[in-house]
Design a protein around this ligand. Structure first.
Ligand code: ZN
Length: 189
């Protein structure tokens, strides 16, 4: 009886050790420039479709520590009438459901436009390991464009942040979308 108890305690301790070692060693996947640009090109293509559907053209994906996509999102604010319908938050919810965990230390989020303050805050809360974005958002960006929430005292979690991937192409897409919107509004008046 005591032998069995000792064995099961030893097994639990071993499992815990394996779990903690795995937790410590899990890091965001290392992507080379070619891989990052390829993902951004795919996201930009999808963003163009999103724009054609009347939404601000923003798309995002989340990769796990092996580089597998575990979540994707697109801006759906108008479609769903949801102020939280940003691409990053939709991708986060999907990936959290798949992982069955709200912690993302080993994950990478790639998004076409710099996350706004709401999304930057959510990414910090989710302990996202790394964030890669395309164009900087000087008006609403929460990771340096307007304000850098990741460097504030309240940001208990430090993320790796890399911006400027296909910056000009993404910027052009978003600017074109907004100028088209403005033109169609004028036509309606
Ligand atoms: Zn956002």
């Amino acid at each position: 009886m005591q032998k069995g108890y000792k064995l099961s305690t030893a097994l639990i301790m071993f499992d815990l050790k394996v779990f903690f070692v795995a937790m410590q060693s899990a890091k965001p996947v290392k992507l080379n420039d070619k891989q990052i640009y390829r993902w951004m090109e795919t996201l930009l293509k999808r963003a163009k479709q999103v724009g054609q559907e009347g939404e601000v053209p923003v798309t995002a994906i989340i990769l796990d520590e092996k580089g597998h996509c575990i979540g994707h999102g697109r801006n759906k604010r108008n479609k769903d009438g949801d102020p939280l319908g940003h691409a990053e938050l939709i991708a986060l919810r999907q990936a959290a459901w798949l992982k069955n965990d709200w912690r993302f230390n080993e994950c990478t989020l790639i998004v076409t436009l710099e996350p706004c303050q709401m999304c930057a805050g959510a990414l910090i809360q989710a302990r996202m390991g790394k964030v890669v974005y395309g164009a900087e958002d000087l008006k609403r960006g929460g990771l340096g464009g307007s304000i850098d929430l990741s460097s504030l005292k309240s940001a208990h979690h430090k993320m790796i942040v890399k911006g400027g991937i296909l910056q000009e192409e993404v910027k052009k897409e978003i600017e074109n979308w907004f100028s088209q919107k403005r033109r169609s509004k004028k036509l309606m008046i």
